[in-house]
Design a binder for this molecule. Sequence first.
Ligand code: NAD
Length: 286
Amino acid sequence: RGKKAFIAGVADDQGFGWAIAKALAEAGAEISLGVWVPALNIFKSSLERGKFDESRKLSDGSLMTFSHIYPMDAVFDTMADVPEEVATNKRYAGNKNWTVAEVAESVKADSGSIDILVHSLANGPEVVKPLLETSRKGYLAAMSASSYSLISMVQRFGPLMNEGGAVISLTYNASNRIIPGYGGGMSSAKAALESDTRVLAYEAGRKYKVRVNTISAGPLGSRAARAIGFIDDMIRYSYENSPVQKELAAIEVGNVAAFLVSPLASAVTGHTMFVDNGLNVMGIAP
Ligand code: NAD
């Protein structure tokens, strides 16, 4: 039986979520996506117009397909949490059942169960502001979108997961080391995500017999990273200073994700795995 994966946080073919989808599709998994509501129309029309066909190509020549594409907004757990201005926003109009609980219900109705849950999303409205200048609202928004969203997903999708299943998310080493420019509480959000990965590994491990890990990735010029502004400098810094001198390809993260959610990693849980060409082990720039 092919494994069933649900991936939250794909809205184009540039980010880690897409690369994880590809690595899992190569391994024979059936993929469903949760796409951020405001990005859904563009994603779907680009997919239909063939804009992603080149990046959909699998090694056997076929094109990666998605069983289901759901609208999703991971900062809301149920409709009761959705404020009026979002509910009536024109970018949300015409979509329904996009809160985390509702998406989980739709996935259950369509697929019954899943084996793999991927969290590849983050948002920090004040990411360009230093922590010292971050507002309470901005800080809490970063935590809500980038950290609590994982807890919410494990809460709601855990009951749908088959024993032996696995959860994976994406983090960044700004959780442990000072990365000037990664502001707005995003460094705090990644620290929380890594700690929550350990606690969820225990709690969801006992409750659902699933594993929970996170990948601490090196810099990639995704859409989210472009919004931070300093990604080209980070890519250059990483190239110049890492033990392995090459640019990080998204698929390298996708492949490690595929390993971590596979039976090859059946005893690995609660772990933060670096996939960063080794930059994290350097003490000072050479
Ligand atoms: P990306 O833009 O491809 O992915 C981020 C996705 O999150 C987007 O598809 C966006 O639509 C979605 N999103 C934002 N808010 C959402 C919400 N409320 N509900 C649902 N979806 C929402 O960029 P990426 O860089 O591949 O990011 C994926 C993950 O990788 C993030 O957790 C990011 O922090 C992490 N990461 C990125 C880098 C990097 O350099 N790009 C490095 C380390 C970790």
